[in-house]
Design a protein around this ligand. Sequence first.
Ligand code: ZN
Length: 334
Amino acid sequence: METSRRAFMLATAGAALAAGVNSAEAAEGTGLRLLTFERKDQPGARVGLAIAGDKVVDLVAAKKAGAALGFDPADMISLIAAGAPGLAQVRAVVAKPGETLALGDLRLHSPIPRPPRNIFAVGWNYLAHFNESETAQKAKQEYPAHPVFFSKASHSMNGPFDPIPFDPAVSTLIDWEGELAVVIGKGGRNIKEADAMGHVFGYSVINDTTARDVQAKKHGGQWFKGKSLDGHGPMGPWIVTADGLDPDKLHLQTRVNGVVKQDAKTTQMYFKIPRIIAELSAGLTLEPGDVIATGTPPGVGNARKPPEYLKPGDIMETEIEGIGIIRNTITQVA
Ligand code: ZN
């Protein structure tokens, strides 16, 4: 375990030096790394695959060159909805990639740039984060018997290296919440725990960035608005398909200006992914491409003494072992 931890930290340091994007070498496993990107010479989002050596296979170009793809190669959700046959077609392209692009030359969008509906999210899914939460302490709440769900508006989705808007007229208490994102593949309703992992398409890194003052009591103590400001949900740098990752033992870190703020293992998740999917899908249909942010570990800024918040110029990095790093700069917009 110590060895893998050291390897993880080395990968982190190396990737932090890379300009703009994380090294593809930092991710492990055999899963596909599917990303949505834009070429500098041709506008418009397209789906690609990150392969060894920081190269990207452009699926739009592959289709033009004659690859048999039964989905829209400009639309990640179309690929996800195509299921196993779609992934098999992608693997066939990767086997003979032809021309590749340099990862560092591309602009990466969120793998799912415009989710058709809200991002689902789980509150208080790490006991230590529940314990540090003032709201929970004041209410003397018991740890929930069921996962606590909320959602983030679809425009909170943001690219893995894009700026996080900071508008002081709206919020000055912006906080970080690094989380493992689960991307749903096969949709369904009333999914059983035993079947749930068969509905997972893959995993990504998300930061459930939160405006604590908008979440606070003077705004009604609600979560939705404080979680839903435009661009306050950066995700990426890609989706690692489920066959390439064991989601239960991943090291997760959030860093601000290089200082570690959250450092945990997904093993500490109180409600595991099958339970989350089973409870969320009870009477609520999940669709291909739905994103579930699975909760944040302890170490958020709001719970620190004294509290810490993000300010313009700060660089927020969120990293999950086996997936990669997203890096966002807090940027004043007003
Ligand atoms: Zn969260």
